[in-house]
Design a protein around this ligand. Sequence first.
Ligand code: ADP
Ligand code: TRP
Length: 321
Amino acid sequence: MRVLSGIQPSGRLHIGNFFGAMRQHLQLQAEHDCFYFIADYHALTSNPSPADVARHTLDVTMDYIALGLDTEKTVFWRQSDVPEVTELTWLLSCVTPMGLLHRCTSYKEKVAQGISPNHGLFAYPVLQAADILIYKSDLVPVGADQKQHIEVTRDIAARFNNAYGEVFTLPAEHIIEQVAVVPGTDGQKMSKSYGNTIEIFEPEESVRKKIMRIVTDSTPVEEPKNPDKCNVFAFLKLVASSDELAGWENRYRNGGMGYSEAKKRLAELLIDYFKPFRQKRTELENNIDYVKEVLADGAKRAKAVARETLEKARQAVGLRK
Ligand code: ADP
Ligand code: TRP
């Protein structure tokens, strides 16, 4: 089965990105034909600085390779290295009703936040549909916030097929289950936009400091505590073994345990969890040429598939030689 997903180059990835998306991406490699790309065209809709676009693309690529991307098997590339996808976006745009895009909640939410929308932001789901369709994707693992964009993709593909014949395979509606939302150090969802993240490869000292600052309530040490309402426990669930977790749960409920004790253990567990990958991340940092080669090789493999689909779509609409 062809599995495809895009990751926006918005900086070094954090623990929420790892447990919410990346871990599933890496696990899927064992059984599927995976296509993953850095969605840099999409990132432009928020007008990042040119230096950030370039730097973040490499950072995300290095994070993926260090954490176990199978560069032989999985195709990993930079979206803009295959500009064919923008031509397909145009062909799809011409069968996409305005109303369909007006109904997209992620667009509406951004506008409600006061962002003055550009055309790229409005057309964003059509580019995403082109990503999915051009690579003949069967399954698109994404978080709940992107589910509507998969439905829009199916709708656009069906309209195109209806008008011009069976050119596209519709991706499955099924979305891979996401783990619970990972909290940030302040207890809100961990997100770059809230400044409450812990990066996967952040220096160990800084990880420790941030964990000690995780917001907890002020229940005194001797009193029982509710693990289900505790941000520290939410993190422990991600990295502690089930035996250890059961032990902590008892200690929370029995009282006599201070949050700082749980935080210290959490810092050790979290650091140990990513430790095996740190050295690889540093090696890559010192070998950017290799990182660029991985992207170039991925682009070549992705392009071959994209060209084939685009040619079919061009023929179908009448753009014949
Ligand atoms: P951010 O909110 O930091 O900008 P993105 O929106 O770029 O993160 O998220 C990239 C991927 O990581 C998405 O698939 C998203 O569902 C997942 N993700 C991001 N933050 C979290 C979180 N706190 N918990 C679980 N998954 C997350
Ligand atoms: N819009 C996705 C996000 O913000 C990224 C993305 C772009 C994507 N193209 C895609 C995801 C195609 C899945 C399939 O997370």
